[in-house]
Design a binder for this molecule. Sequence first.
Ligand SMILES: [Zn+2]
Ligand SMILES: [Zn+2]
Length: 234
Amino acid sequence: MLPKVLQSRLVQARGSLLLCRGCLGPVGQGAEAGLCARCWSGLLPLPEGRCPRCALVHAEGDCPEATAWELGDALWDYHGGRPPLGALLLPGIKQGEAGWRGALLGRIAQGPLPGWVEEVDQVTSAPSTLYRHLLRGFDLSAEVGSLVAGRIGRPFQPMLSKSWHSGRQAARTESQRRRLPRKAITLRPGAASDGRVLLVDDVWTTGTTLLRCAQALREGGAQEVRVLTVFRAL
Ligand SMILES: [Zn+2]
Ligand SMILES: [Zn+2]
């Protein structure tokens, strides 16, 4: 038997190893990838009554995406939960948090999808630059895209590419992002963009990247583009 004081120190030490990496509270039951069940419950759906095109709540006729695509939605609110879970998970995943990536993909595999997703002919994803893809060793949007494609039994095809100098969205200001040049995103040589295409991305903020993607798909021959993202920043 260990002396009592040592025992209690061991308990303390063990407890401190099991703190949730989101809220820093005890992880408890239902934790996954170092995040407690309460933090995971921050995967919150977008508000009811949102626009079926831009996924925001706005007055009729004010849709900012009216010319870009037909239908658009996201699975969860980027700033849902305390701490905001999307804003915690995505930067972490991009820095190599493989556990968070696996847990998030697992939830996307189980979670509800908008009914209209089933009506598309094929699925593609918003591209990352080749440089960033090689640096990270994965492309989250493409992983989500092929997962969704698998769920609805449609082919996934990487159709778009992004030029290397169009760079990091997150490091840019709002007005710089709006200026993402039209030719920054192009159809890959040989890609067949036809029928009704579902465009998948990880997070939807201003919608400029999605707009450039949708334009390239339409110019490449897609009859219709629909957008689904994992998170929507409101
Ligand atoms: Zn937590
Ligand atoms: Zn709208």
